[in-house]
Design a protein around this ligand. Structure first.
Ligand SMILES: Cc1cc2nc3c(=O)[nH]c(=O)nc-3n(C[C@H](O)[C@H](O)[C@H](O)COP(=O)(O)O)c2cc1C
Length: 199
C-alpha cells in the first residue's frame, strides 16, 4: 500500500505511525511541582537530540503535569527504565491529580538529584539531570498550532549506579536490559548487544 497519510485511517484499522517508528526509548521523566510534589511519567516520544550540547527532548500530547512542572521549575530528570521497573513505569502513566505523586502510587523510592531539584527513581541504573532549554508548541505544515508540546532540556548532571559501570569505564547497556516502546500496546525487550565498526 502507498497512501496519503491524511487517509491512513480509511485503509488500516489503527494508525501504524508509532509501530513504524519502533522501538522507541522510554523517557521516564521526573519533575517537581511548584507545591513541591514529585511527579513521574513515561514519554516515548522521547530521544537524545544532540551530544554537544547534551540535549534530550520529549513531546507531550496535551499540556500534562510533566510539562507544567518543567515550565514552572525549569528542570526535569530522565530515568532509565529496566525490565524490573517496567510494571512501575506503566503504572506511573496513570492519570492522577497533580496533588498526588506517582512515586507514592507506584511505591517507588526516590533519591535526591545533585544538580536539579526533581528526584530520580532510586533503583534506576542511570539518570540525566536536565535544565529546560525550551518548551515549544508544535505546529503543522500550515502553521496551525497543535496541542502537543516539545520540551528540550540540557543535561547538567549525570548519575550512574556503580554496578552498571564496566571495568573499562563504560555504561553497561546490556546489563541494564532497557525495554523499549513500539506501537499499539507493544513493547520490545532488550535484545543482544553487538558491535559494528564504522566504515
Ligand atoms: C510507555 C508509555 C509511553 C508514553 N509516551 C507518551 C508520550 O510520548 N507523550 C504523551 O503525551 N504521553 C505519553 N504517555 C502517556 C503519559 O505517560 C500519561 O498521559 C501520563 O499520565 C502523563 O503524566 P503527567 O500528567 O504526570 O505528565 C505514555 C505512556 C506510556 C505507558
Amino acid at each position: 500500500m502507498h497512501v496519503a497519510m491524511s487517509s491512513i485511517r480509511d485503509q488500516l484499522p489503527f494508525d501504524p505511525f508509532k509501530a513504524i517508528i519502533s522501538p522507541r526509548p522510554i523517557g521516564w521523566i521526573s519533575t517537581i511541582s511548584s507545591d513541591g510534589i514529585p511527579n513521574l511519567a513515561p514519554y516515548s516520544f522521547f530521544n537524545a537530540l544532540s551530544s554537544d550540547p547534551h540535549l534530550i527532548g520529549f513531546s507531550s500530547a496535551g499540556w500534562k503535569d510533566t510539562v507544567s512542572n518543567c515550565e514552572s521549575s525549569g528542570e526535569f530528570v530522565f530515568n532509565v527504565v529496566t525490565d524490573e521497573l517496567l510494571t512501575s513505569m506503566n503504572r506511573s502513566s496513570s492519570a492522577i491529580p497533580a496533588e498526588e505523586s506517582e512515586f507514592d502510587l507506584c511505591g517507588l523510592a526516590m533519591s535526591d538529584s545533585q544538580f536539579v531539584s526533581p528526584p530520580r527513581v532510586a533503583r534506576t541504573p542511570a539518570a540525566l539531570e536536565c535544565r529546560v532549554v525550551e518548551i515549544k508548541q508544535l505546529a503543522d505544515i500550515e502553521g496551525k498550532l497543535s496541542q502537543t508540546w516539545l520540551t528540550i532540556g540540557q543535561v547538567v548532571g549525570l548519575y550512574i549506579d556503580p554496578d552498571f559501570i564496566t571495568s573499562d569505564g563504560r555504561f553497561d547497556t546490556a546489563k541494564a536490559k532497557i525495554p523499549s516502546r513500539c506501537g499499539y500496546m507493544d513493547y520490545m525487550a532488550a535484545g543482544s548487544l553487538f558491535e559494528l565498526d564504522r566504515p
